[in-house]
Design a protein around this ligand. Structure first.
Ligand SMILES: Cc1ncc(COP(=O)(O)O)c(C=O)c1O
Ligand SMILES: [Zn+2]
Length: 406
């Protein structure tokens, strides 16, 4: 396995590959570092193609060994062209990365699979997290697949579909009467008391790396070419930043040529600390979330500064999407592509349209939109679209309503 250490993002101190969330010297976040020479020796397009049809084909880029017996492996989700949506919004070429096809219908299965592999390696028996919904689903399902206990902390007023899709796997849910940021603080405090594998606390450095597989797959599925831009929703900012790092890995190893894609991020206006900092040119300031995009409702994003730096370094942008435009974007995505995304990808589509409106993206560009979660978990967003015509069980009134003469 080419991962050799964890490195502090702030003071650059190296630490062993332990379950520690922050640097012991400065409390900075930690990222795995890899032996590039070993990666160069062992990884090729052919070795990847010969690997399993899941995230584990990219194991040399991950900080854990692939499980000996992968169960319910996520990844290698479809990348599909979306010509009707491209034409509707004025983008040259548009592709959708359908992470709705993962076992619990969101990209969180990727990150949890990596963290859980580390938890199993460490002999931990309880998988835990704080969550805005999708992560709880993924932790609960992964624990069930691996025979571990699962405990999640979620805001009590989360969409009921997300809570049901956690409890069905037998997970214990603490429904916290507070925000996601309260849940996050509680999970940090509990991690000092309990011997649990908190995927986004003491295993965060491992967990976050799972999102790099989105970049690897996009490049491989485009025939080892890079798109011009990738558009993604932002909550903590981890996925957005790691997707960029994934493309950087491929370039560093010569697996692709060209320039890294511009990373365009979306946040809902009611919780837009990173988008606000991007436009104001300052640092990320915490906010109190008030948004319909519950999966993105993180007011104090752990990787907000990194996401900001990623948008700037890649030549991208981060845009806030008005609350009343989110449902329209979910409907536009569904009506023009047949893909029902949840609130988060609807926000990403809103950010993509804003980038087109500003002339940042357009007819010259090949763009990938990450559909990170499934609309069936947040049906309330578009419930007002439900307007069936109620009829008697008789063909005549239907033909009459259709204006067909018989
Ligand atoms: C569907 C979906 N997309 C995107 C995100 C944002 O991910 P991150 O917190 O890594 O920014 C989340 C976070 O929960 C999510 O549930
Ligand atoms: Zn440090």
């Amino acid at each position: 396995m080419p991962a050799v250490a964890l490195r502090c993002r702030v003071c650059e101190t190296h630490h062993p590959l332990d379950p520690v969330g922050v640097c012991s010297r400065c409390f900075g976040p930690l990222d795995p570092v890899y032996d590039r020479d070993e990666q160069r020796r062992t990884v090729s397009r052919e070795s990847i193609a010969a690997g399993p049809p899941s995230i584990w084909r990219y194991a040399p880029f991950l900080p854990v060994a692939a499980p000996a017996e992968p169960r319910l492996a996520p990844g290698l989700t479809p990348l599909v062209p979306a010509p009707r949506l491209a034409a509707a919004i004025g983008v040259g070429e548009l592709w959708l990365k359908l992470d709705t096809a993962n076992p619990t219908h969101s990209f969180k299965d990727r990150v949890v699979a990596v963290a859980a592999a580390k938890a199993v390696e460490l002999g931990r028996t309880t998988l835990a997290c704080s969550s805005t919904g999708n992560l709880a689903n993924a932790v609960a399902a992964r624990a069930a697949a691996e025979g571990l206990e699962a405990v999640v902390l979620c805001p009590a007023d989360l969409e009921p579909e997300k809570l049901v899709a956690t409890s069905v796997y037998g997970a214990r849910i603490f429904a916290v009467e507070g925000s996601y940021d309260d849940c996050s603080r509680l999970s940090v405090e509990l991690s000092f008391e309990l011997d649990w594998a908190f995927v986004n606390v003491n295993l965060r450095s491992y967990y976050a790396e799972g999102s790099k597989t989105l970049a690897y797959e996009v490049a491989e599925q485009l025939g080892w070419e890079l798109p011009d831009a990738v558009v993604a929703p932002i909550a903590s900012g981890a996925m957005f930043s790691k997707v960029h790092q994934g493309f950087a890995d491929l370039l560093a190893l010569g697996l692709v040529d060209g320039t890294p894609p511009r990373l365009v991020g979306g946040q809902a206006e009611g919780c837009a600390p990173v988008a606000t900092a991007f436009h104001d040119g300052g640092r990320v300031k915490p906010v109190r979330p008030r948004t319909v995009a519950r999966s993105l409702a993180i007011g104090s994003p752990a990787d907000g500064e990194l996401a900001l730096a990623t948008a700037r370094a890649s030549g991208g942008a981060i845009h806030a999407v008005p609350e009343d435009a989110i449902a329209d974007n979910a409907a536009l995505l569904a009506e023009t592509t047949g893909v029902f995304g949840e609130t988060a990808p609807a926000v990403a589509l809103g950010a993509l349209r804003e980038a087109v409106r500003r002339g940042e993206l357009g007819e010259r560009d090949r763009v990938v939109l990450l559909v990170t979660g499934d609309g069936l978990k947040t049906p309330g967003l578009v419930a007002d679209r439900l307007a069936p015509t109620v009829v008697e069980p008789d063909v005549d009134p239907i033909l009459e309503l259709l204006g067909v003469q018989v």
